[in-house]
Design a binder for this molecule. Structure first.
Ligand code: FES
Length: 168
């Protein structure tokens, strides 16, 4: 066991033989290619479901990139998460039109209903609450995105029904 691995939590994907094999395959496939870090991180997010901090360090080591560069990518793009997402993802748009249209109040309502903060997942692993940038549906502000479905003109008194449908 390397020095790096002594400090990795036992539930990290790197400590699971099956997931480790997937991670190693993705890194081996991309090593030395242009844009390797971005492509590998995309594949890891899709196949593993998230990029943990130890995974960032591992990616940097294997692709010979600075850890800061890897971390910079995972924190800049909202597609990446450092924890597993829930079965469903509920995002509220914080673009200007939606913000002015009342997204902050909707987020507060969602936090109350789900009992979690933005960036967290309900304890049963069902719903992750996130915010996002403009999704291009400004004319329908305020907008929320439930999994891949964009819901426009969301109102505080109607969206709990949409939420209840997935949060059973
Ligand atoms: S600002 Fe929300 S969709 Fe554009």
């Amino acid at each position: 066991m390397s020095r790096l691995e002594k400090n990795i939590p036992t539930d990290d994907p790197l400590m699971n033989a099956e997931k480790r094999a997937v991670i190693d395959r993705i890194l081996a496939d991309n090593a030395g290619k242009d844009g390797a870090v971005m492509v590998a991180l995309n594949e890891l997010q899709s196949e593993i479901g998230y990029i943990s901090e130890p995974m960032e360090v591992y990616v940097a080591k294997k692709l010979k990139a600075p850890v800061s560069a890897v971390h910079g990518v995972t924190t800049f793009y909202s597609f990446f998460t450092n924890r597993p997402r829930g079965k469903h993802t509920l995002k509220f748009c914080l673009g200007t039109a939606c913000y002015v249209g009342g997204t902050p109040q909707l987020i507060e309502k969602a936090k109350q209903l789900l009992g979690i903060d933005v960036g967290q997942t309900t304890p049963d692993g069902n719903v992750t609450l996130e915010v996002c940038r403009c999704v291009g549906a400004c004319s329908q502000a305020p907008v929320m995105v439930l999994d891949d479905e964009v819901e426009g003109r969301v109102r505080a008194n109607t969206f709990p029904e949409l939420l209840a449908a997935v949060n059973k």
